[in-house]
Write a protein that binds this ligand. Sequence first.
Ligand code: ADP
Ligand code: MG
Ligand code: MG
Length: 252
Amino acid sequence: EPLLLCKDIEAKVVENDKAILKGLDLEVRPGEVHAIMGPNGSGKSTLSKVLARHPAYEATNGIATLEGEDLLELEAQDAAQKGVFLAFQYPVELPGVGNTDFLRLMLNAKRKANGEAELDPLEFLGVAMEKCKIVEMNPDFLQRNVNEGFSGGEKKRNEILQMAMLEPKLAILDETDSGLDIDALRTISEGINRLKRDDNAFVVITHYQRLLDYVKPDFVHIMRDGRIVKTGGPELALELEAKGYVDEVLNG
Ligand code: ADP
Ligand code: MG
Ligand code: MG
């Protein structure tokens, strides 16, 4: 059974009815890494937001299921609790909100929704320290406010920490590699690779082939004008890098 199944999704911006996704198909199986590439404005971020159930976007046609369950019926919080995680291109700062409290709230909300016991602060700290190790994050960051004064690379790493805590089934990373230097990129990629299991999956949206040197995709998809117009293996990303989004690549 696919982990994520998208069939013929059409979606629009609620505020102005602008149609953005125009018949998108995508199937992601457990254990897979999918890369989505495509020119600016092709709808990559919209796809990620529709799947994470961002209220600014509405699916007007098609289906999306997570382990067979209708995703498009869910609100954002429920989608998150059922295992969809979206890492944003620009992580928000939450001044005055401690990272530890934030992570514990997120994790306990998820545990509660799944009928698991909530963790008390001490239990939580044990888990958090463990996860910091996995993503090679200095545990001092737990004491800081969420993303406040974090460098670009530290924010990305903090997101990988959030992901490590929540153990999502489907993690969507929307250009989480943009603006990172090569060391930060390597650390983030290693974090992703350590969190990969045969029962979860990653959808990585990126403009750059270089991330895919570290996080090996099983499939590379090209999006254009609200659809996936071509699917291939890692070699497709190399071809794109060499030639750009020319018809030869898109249609060949
Ligand atoms: P990508 O991530 O591939 O660059 P996006 O999904 O961000 O593309 O955007 C796809 C298209 O939809 C763009 O033309 C963008 O301007 C438009 N769009 C996205 N969100 C909105 C919105 N809230 N209001 C109006 N247009 C939007
Ligand atoms: Mg249709
Ligand atoms: Mg985008």
